[in-house]
Write a protein of this length. Structure first.
Ligand SMILES: [Zn+2]
Length: 288
């Protein structure tokens, strides 16, 4: 039976039809609109194919039991609604909503860089930091749907304030926009993670210090993951990880140097890129 994965992003929405084993049949990208626009786009995309179920990602907080969105910063019309139930009524197909980070982790674990491994920790380094421990092909959500929040493990004594209300979290030293903030504090030009990396290449000492702090923070976080979960493989993706050779690889080396009882597993780059969310949404509707 054909399944549909919908990655409902802030600016673009990715649609993916998958067969029973999750292999992609075809894909399409549309500009993001409200749920009525999305239902039209899905009907055009699906055509006469017989779709058994769909999964739709939610970029925001989601009650996994009721499928109701708490808040979605980029798609505010979803706040307080149940998008899967709404789409289901419009399309006449059963569906589930899944947190976007969980969908990407599920896809990487089952069909991407974690394929064939039973016990994978997936880390996404973007503007925010998302983590998920996928065990036997199922992401562990935790008792309150808040497992895997590795972005909010404290990794530095520096008094950097974090979006979570805490201080010195991993996100404050390696989150995409936070890298720019840290650089500006040291007299740099600010900007994005890419700008910081470019400045490092030209020998900018403030940028080098920012990057070193990011590597150090990630090394500490990796050791925390290993201490708590002891996974067979760690998969790292997200925009910041595109600069793997200057951020991720040195961090992994530092973690290996500092390990005491920890056994660092393979640490590998994510494989599915921007389609991970849509793949994961299609898989999620099979999993539940
Ligand atoms: Zn935090």
């Amino acid at each position: 039976m054909t399944r549909l994965g919908v990655d409902y992003g802030g600016t673009q929405t990715k649609l993916l039809l998958a067969d029973d084993d999750g292999s992609s049949i075809r894909t399409h990208t549309v500009d993001t609109g409200d749920l009525s626009d999305l239902a039209h786009a899905v009907r055009d995309f699906v055509g006469t194919d017989d779709v058994a179920a769909f999964g739709v990602t939610v970029a925001g907080t989601l009650d996994p039991t009721t499928g109701v969105v708490g808040t979605s910063a980029n798609l505010p019309w979803l706040d307080g609604t149940a998008p899967a139930a709404d789409l289901s009524r419009r399309l006449g197909i059963p569906g589930v909503a899944v947190h976007d980070g969980e969908a990407a982790a599920l896809a990487e674990a089952r069909r991407g860089a974690g394929q064939g491994i039973d016990d994978v920790f997936v880390l996404a380094l973007g503007t925010g930091i998302a983590g998920a421990h996928v065990l036997g092909g199922t992401p562990r959500r935790g008792a309150h749907g808040a497992a895997g929040e590795i972005g909010h493990v404290r990794v530095t004594d520096a008094d950097y304030s974090c979006s979570c209300g805490g201080r010195g979290c991993l996100e404050t030293v390696i989150g995409g926009s936070q890298l720019g903030v840290r650089w500006r504090e040291r007299g740099g030009a600010g900007g994005t993670a890419r700008d910081v990396v470019a400045a490092v290449a030209s020998g900018d000492e403030a940028a080098i210090a920012v990057l070193s702090e990011a590597q150090d923070g990630l090394a500490r976080a990796l050791l925390e993951v290993v201490a708590l979960v002891d996974p067979s493989r760690i998969v790292i993706g997200g925009g910041v990880a595109r600069s793997a050779e200057v951020i991720v690889d040195p961090a992994v080396r530092r973690a290996r140097e500092r390990a005491t009882f920890h056994i660092l597993p393979d640490v590998v780059p994510a494989a599915l890129g921007v389609w991970a969310g849509a793949h994961g949404a299609a898989l999620a509707c099979v999993a539940r």
